[in-house]
Design a protein around this ligand. Structure first.
Ligand SMILES: [Zn+2]
Length: 272
């Protein structure tokens, strides 16, 4: 890959990347050549989309089936007051085009489910899981792991966040959490509330990891779950390894997601 294909406007726009040896024109070209899917254009997706667009990720796919609500605006900073009622993918796409007309944005106004997830993920090199529910989280893990697609995981709860990166040779989310918790043990932002700036921090870490993965620089969070507590402003890290009994990446993995039951309350392996 040669930086010679960057035009004058690109050399200007991405100059602060290009002057660094660690990124350089080759790294910028890798970003421009990359296709990243962001699942969820909400609290985590907003900062992820914003910084990936600014960084010049050449094609950003955005999957979300929600419309913008006024109560989203406290944290979902790519949507504005005039966007209330619009599909989030449309609002997000307009934001991206306004920030960086150099890149392409592909909108998928769908709820990611077992029927559409494999084909959707197959179109992209890297996935940012910015979803807000366990069903999607396990589905993204299983599809990405079975197809060797690296992905970033982020989750938030009130004042706390967790974030990690899954690569093709590390453990997966099920190695750490084999099954989803029961539905009555899980609360969402609508019922518990969330500090508005919290997903900004976690989503920015997800964008950072995405840029590092694409350009091949630094140490990724693979095999490390980073826990963030905004209340006492602390970060803790827990290392985890591939579980040989993991149903998705272990020694005897499933062949396809058809073997998994993805209901709202659980994501359990089907009994055969
Ligand atoms: Zn696993």
């Amino acid at each position: 890959m040669s930086g010679l294909s960057l035009d004058a406007t690109q050399l200007d726009r991405y100059s602060r990347h290009i002057i660094m040896d660690e990124v350089g024109s080759e790294g910028q070209q890798a970003l421009l050549d990359a296709r990243v899917l962001v699942i969820g254009a909400g609290g985590l997706g907003a900062p992820a989309i914003e910084y990936l667009a600014a960084a010049g990720v050449g094609t950003i796919g955005i999957a979300d089936d929600d419309a913008v609500e006024r109560s989203n605006l406290q944290r979902q900073v790519i949507h504005g007051d005039d966007d209330v009622g619009r599909p989030k993918v449309e609002s997000a796409a307009d934001f991206v085009r306004g920030l960086n007309p150099d890149i392409a944005v592909e909108t998928h106004e769908v709820r990611v489910d077992p029927d559409n997830a494999p084909a959707l993920v197959a179109e992209y090199d890297f996935v940012v899981d910015a979803s807000d529910n366990f069903r999607t989280r396990y589905l993204v893990n299983d599809v990405c792991t079975l197809t060797d697609t690296p992905f970033s995981h982020g989750a938030i709860y009130k004042f706390e966040g967790q974030v990690t990166t899954f690569t093709t040779d590390g453990p997966c989310y099920r190695c750490l959490f084999p099954e989803a918790p029961p539905e009555d043990a899980v609360a969402d932002c609508a019922t518990t509330g969330v500090l508005g700036v919290l997903p900004g921090t976690v989503g920015c870490i997800q964008a950072t990891e995405t840029v590092k993965a694409i350009t091949g620089i630094g140490e990724l969070l693979d095999g490390r779950m980073l826990f963030y507590d905004a209340m006492d402003m602390s970060f803790e890290e827990v290392e985890f390894r591939r579980n040989p009994d993991c149903p998705v990446c272990g020694d005897d993995p499933i062949d396809s997601i058809d073997e998994v039951e993805y209901t709202e309350s659980s994501c359990e392996m089907r009994e055969n």
